[in-house]
Design a protein around this ligand. Structure first.
Ligand SMILES: [Zn+2]
Length: 203
């Protein structure tokens, strides 16, 4: 099994428009954590993923894979594994300046709905911001950063593409600022692609 990888670089934030009125059944996002994150991080993560993707027609139902309740089967789902430690505790940087923030599995050229986010790598990137922020602000900053990496991987899954955009959430490489700036969204081209796959009922 191969992985689609991406990492970091430059910033730019596009214009953004509209919300659509169409409603769709929720996509179930099963989450699996190596270590359960603080509630404030989890909340910020979910909030930011929904802020980015709900205007494109994606409504999510978040389920912990370990929670046996309410496990009705859904045809529209993705499994997200959060690797490493997903809290805002400051750590000594590993010294590795490269490596993926997130990755999605492909098999025989098909994107599979299995994706991973590296909590440790994302924290390492935004740590300069975390250490200079008030402790109450850190879960929000970190949760939003994790969400942007996850939204990028969900784009591969929902748009069923390995391609990247030139700007916005779908671009191949992120800078620290992409992870922490107030606004970060999909460009029109990728927004339209996601909307059309959603509207076609394939997700
Ligand atoms: Zn990618």
């Amino acid at each position: 099994m191969k992985s689609v990888l991406f990492w970091l670089l430059l910033a730019a934030v596009p214009g953004w428009s509209e919300t659509r009125g169409a409603t769709f059944a929720p996509v179930v996002l099963y989450t699996q954590y190596a270590q359960a994150p603080p509630e404030a991080v989890r909340h910020a993560l979910q909030e930011e993923v929904e802020r980015i993707m709900s205007p494109l027609g994606f409504v999510f139902e978040w389920r912990d894979i370990a929670d046996p309740t309410g496990q009705r089967v859904s045809a529209e789902l993705a499994l997200i594994t959060f690797e490493g430690r997903c809290d805002t505790g400051i750590a000594t940087p590993s010294g590795k300046r490269s490596g993926p923030l997130g990755w999605t599995h492909i098999s025989d050229g098909q994107i599979l709905p299995f994706t991973s986010v590296s909590c440790d790598r994302v924290r390492e990137i935004v740590q300069p911001i975390l250490v200079t922020s008030h402790s109450e602000a850190r879960p929000g900053i970190y949760g939003h950063a994790l969400a942007r990496v996850l939204a990028h991987e969900l784009y591969h899954i929902f748009a069923r593409t390995q391609h990247h955009g030139s700007l916005g959430v779908a671009k191949e490489s992120y800078s620290m600022w992409d992870l922490v700036d107030a606004e970060f969204r999909f460009e029109d081209k990728e927004s339209n692609l996601l909307r059309s796959t959603r509207a076609a009922g394939t997700w």
